[in-house]
Ligand binder design. Sequence first.
Ligand code: ADP
Ligand code: MG
Length: 338
Amino acid sequence: MKGLQRILISSCLVIILVVLSTGCGVGSLFAPKPYKETQFLMDTIIDITAYGQGNEAAVKAAFDEFRRINELTNRFDDNSQVTKINQAAGKAKVQVDADVITMLKLARSRSEQLGGALDVTIGALTELWGVGHKGEFVPSQPEIEAARLLVDYRLLEIDDKERTVFLPKAGMSIDLGAVAKSYANRRAIEVLKAKGIKSALVNAGGEVRVIGTRPDGQPWRVGVQDPRDMEGLAAKVALTEWDSLETSGDYQRFFIKDNVRYAHIIDPRTGTQPREVASVTIVSNSDSHADVLSTAMFVLGVEKGQELLKQYPGTEALFITNDGKKVVTPGLAGKIEF
Ligand code: ADP
Ligand code: MG
């Protein structure tokens, strides 16, 4: 029942609407047929559209990849490798698959680059808040302080050769919520490419990646959800020089209590919700390895976020502030429609 409830809630809360305008005119009669499939996985709606020979089998294989990464990383699943690491915190190291090592190392390097705004050891805090799981629960300051002591990516011990992970303090826990979907999406794209697909779009609840252009040669165009109007778009971006777009926001998983919005992204340094921005959208190129930036940019806010984004050339951002201002980095200006 709980699973079903979650599915129903999340179905109403898709962050990004992908604008796939169908071509019209004579040419469309001969247009290649897409294969499109939607599945609920990783606590979100995943849409995959692919064109070209073998597209149906390729899409199914891409979904298998999402399923595989979910099985490794789901902290609500007793059998996942992340759960095994968390259960062994303070006691023992745990051997894991190479994918888990890759995700944890990516997260750790991001934490270092971004002053700890992203922290994959944030589990104690996300569990305490339980946004989306505990109703309108606001923890006390001492509870927040206690959980905060269990969050520190610098303590994470990763042994590359042995492929083991160790959390040195009992009660510490890993939460790959901000990382796994992005990683799975990257892997899914690799699977599609390996199957010969040259035109595809994968949307994993606001984490969008594309291959090539639409079959008519036009760029894929992606709509950015208006964070305060679930029916509306705040912007449209044509993915001309980018192949990935990810949004983090406070409108998908949240509750409002006494007029205060409590969302699922937590600042590891304060243990509470950052509130300057309502959403951050990042566009980048897979080659520039700028994955998993939107969560951290949400925590950092407009000024600090823009400054730290300069470390990733070719990566651009749209910040939508809580009071409705839209701020774009220079490389996006003129290439985004409002
Ligand atoms: P979405 O899940 O909507 O794509 P994000 O990609 O921004 O949103 O990931 C948010 C998830 O990441 C949260 O649900 C939680 O599991 C985890 N998380 C929250 N705050 C942080 C943080 N500061 N650093 C790392 N992970 C976080
Ligand atoms: Mg995300």
